[in-house]
Design a binder for this molecule. Structure first.
Ligand SMILES: *[C@@H]1O[C@H](CO)[C@@H](O)[C@H](O)[C@H]1NC(C)=O
Ligand SMILES: *[C@@H]1O[C@H](CO)[C@@H](O)[C@H](O)[C@H]1NC(C)=O
Ligand SMILES: *[C@@H]1O[C@H](CO)[C@@H](O)[C@H](O)[C@H]1NC(C)=O
Ligand SMILES: *[C@@H]1O[C@H](CO)[C@@H](O)[C@H](O)[C@H]1NC(C)=O
Length: 598
């Protein structure tokens, strides 16, 4: 069993015993529960496509009051695949998409059927929680392609009580279909989806409280995802499905009339930016901008019912007398962009808007009103839940528990082995949303692998596309990721310009980042968490800073092979993905040398 220092710290903070100090109790001004006799509950609120960078959290005052000010906000929390189904499967398994091979929203590469055929329906968080003595409840969207036709083939494993939203009605805000336990689906036409879900949430909570076990309840409303009309989905021609602006509840439809997408430097820039198809986008015209401002307001309005859900659930937990023994965790499957880099509304990119997602945790032992930039990812959520609930960690987790107490966060940051990296991956076609995109633009290869690296003294993003184009941004100088340090007018090659970054030639940094990406793109288990340690078994390298030592110039700049693709594939087809890293022997197979690559 792997147990970190955090576990001990948290257990200490959670346990009530005669020697508990007043300070421990003062953590959140309430008596703390005894984990032995009273195991904590979890309410996990998972929104759909909610951004951090477009300020969505600023428009949720109840979330602020009940979660941000009463809990800890993780500002550098990332998804590892910026689209719903792959990201949700990662979140529910603690495994990166390259280890679940659920890489798309629909078959053959993704969706609920792929989740089932990969054997994951018997081997994911709810199943493990039940094995650990928890009752598990869920309402809302589970995965894409979980439909009114396949919901029983098989039923999702591991749940005590469910009220699932089902396709093709999932994103139709005024025409949803929910399906309870093993009963047939029920239409809620004319009712507002998030309000229906709120009632279901209260019902499941009442069931959970009556039972004699601790519980894990997930609430997964669709807000602020785009609206998709079932009628459009089921009527030919099928190519013209529009992901239109989300629909708010009637009571919120006129809010924020003057609000616009934040006009950051990367909003509809005058010059093209990014790489590959992003770089070919034309600047948006006034009509288009008015539309995406409307789209943006619609998202904020659609989030209001979610905000009310947050307050409602807190009030219920308080009424039941279990608020102080319940962790409330708030996050989103992936982020969202609107107009940045000239993009129509959507996700699937590796840029900060799409991968940086909300994570807020409130509960026993968690500091109130604390914000931290400690790096974490969705692969860490399942391990984090395990640790919160005192369940021994699994060896096949690709993530690690997030430090949750003030002490653990400080320790993680000061240890010299601070986690800096996020491995990001994507396969398939990029689809935009909104009336100016869906179905109108041809398929755009969007297979890429990248690293987000945030550490003491640097703040970087490095990517390799299936076209072998590269990107490198220094987000300290260029938060909008507009200046690609590896862009070459004459083709997809790394830059030969004599650029420096952090006082080093760019090529020196790229050699390290590329090797890191090489490991992360096919890592398993602890190698995903501690890649530098795999590269340097002597234990003298834990960060990019350590790796930049000139002692390792030869190792990184001469000996290692480079990440590359032979073709763009819609799924995880290893033969298209160039040389491979062999975890066991640290062998780089069939590699191009640095010289061949540059
Ligand atoms: C503005 O851009 C949209 C999307 O490309 C296009 O459909 C529309 O015709 C343009 N409108 C004008 C007035 O140019
Ligand atoms: C939370 O922290 C912020 C910034 O540190 C402070 O302005 C605010 O008053 C705090 N709120 C509460 C409820 O403590
Ligand atoms: C997508 O990738 C495939 C395989 O590499 C290539 O044949 C095709 O031309 C690409 N399509 C676009 C639009 O770039
Ligand atoms: C992932 O799944 C696809 C579709 O079933 C399959 O073609 C591919 O070989 C799988 N990749 C790996 C690495 O197993």
């Amino acid at each position: 069993m792997r147990q970190s220092f955090l576990s001990a710290a948290l257990l200490a903070a959670v346990a009530v015993n005669s020697t508990a100090t007043p300070d421990q109790h003062a953590l959140n001004n309430t008596p703390l529960p005894d984990r032995e006799t009273q195991r904590p509950n979890v309410v996990f609120i998972l929104t759909d496509d909610q951004d951090v960078h477009l300020d969505s959290l600023e428009y949720m005052p109840l979330l602020r009051k009940h979660l941000i000010e009463k809990g800890t906000q993780f500002t550098k929390h990332y998804c590892t695949t910026a689209v719903c189904c792959p990201s949700r499967v990662t979140l529910w398994t603690g495994k990166a998409a390259h280890n679940t091979n659920v890489t798309d929203v629909s078959p053959p590469y993704g969706g609920y059927p792929k989740f089932v055929s990969q054997g994951l329906n018997k081997n994911y968080l709810p199943v493990w929680l039940q094995q650990a003595g928890y009752n598990t409840y869920y309402t809302g969207k589970l995965f894409n392609a979980h439909t009114i036709l396949n919901y029983f083939a098989p039923f999702p494993g591991g749940f005590t009580g469910t009220e699932f939203l089902l396709d093709p009605h999932t994103y139709d805000y005024m025409n949803s279909v929910f399906q309870r336990n093993k009963l047939p689906p029920v239409s809620h036409k004319g009712e507002y989806s998030t309000d229906v879900l709120t009632k279901k949430a209260y019902g499941l909570l009442a069931e959970a409280v009556k039972a004699d076990k601790p519980f894990f309840l997930t609430l997964a409303p669709i807000g602020p995802h785009s609206n998709i009309n079932v009628k459009d989905l089921l009527t030919p021609p099928f190519g013209g499905i529009v992901f239109d602006a989300p629909i708010p509840a009637k009571r919120h439809e006129n809010l924020f009339p003057d609000v616009k997408v934040p006009r950051t430097a990367n909003f509809n820039p005058d010059s093209p930016s990014g790489a590959n198809w992003v770089r070919e986008l034309k600047q948006l015209n006034e009509t288009n901008i008015e539309y995406i401002d409307h789209f943006y307001r619609s998202r904020l309005r659609a989030l209001q019912a979610v905000d009310e859900l947050v307050e409602g659930v807190i009030a219920k937990l308080e009424d039941y007398g279990i608020l102080d023994n319940t962790y409330i965790v708030y996050s989103s499957d992936n982020g969202f962009h609107i107009g940045q880099h000239r993009l129509q509304p959507g996700k699937s990119c590796g840029y900060e808007e799409d991968i940086n997602v909300p994570l807020i945790i409130r509960g026993p032992g968690i500091s109130a009103n604390l914000t931290t930039d400690v790096v974490s990812t969705h692969t860490d959520l399942a391990p984090t839940f395990f640790e919160l609930l005192g369940i021994p960690l699994r060896d096949d987790f690709d993530g690690t528990p997030i430090p949750l107490t003030k002490e653990a966060i400080a320790q993680a940051k000061n240890s010299g082995t601070r986690r800096e990296h996020v491995g990001v991956e994507y396969w398939g076609i990029a689809g935009g949303e909104g009336i100016y995109d869906s179905g109108l633009v041809g398929p755009r290869n969007n297979t890429y692998k990248s690293i987000r690296l945030y550490g003491e003294g640097y703040n970087l993003y490095y990517s390799t596309w299936c076209s072998n184009e590269h990107e490198l941004y220094n987000l300290d100088d260029d938060p909008g990721q507009l200046n690609n340090l590896l862009f070459e007018e004459d083709g997809p090659k790394p830059s030969t310009k004599p650029l420096t970054l952090l006082g080093y030639p760019v090529s020196k940094i790229v050699a390290r980042l590329d090797t890191l990406l090489f490991l992360l793109k096919s890592c398993k288990g602890q190698v995903c968490v501690k890649p530098w340690e795999k590269l340097h078994p002597e234990g003298d390298v834990h960060t990019l800073k350590d790796a930049l030592s000139s002692n390792f110039d030869n190792f990184y700049e001469i000996e290692q092979t480079r990440v590359s693709f032979t073709t763009c594939q819609p799924g995880y087809i290893i033969s298209a993905e160039g040389p491979q890293f062999d975890q066991d022997g640290l062998i780089f197979r069939d590699g191009l040398s640095w010289d061949q690559w540059t």
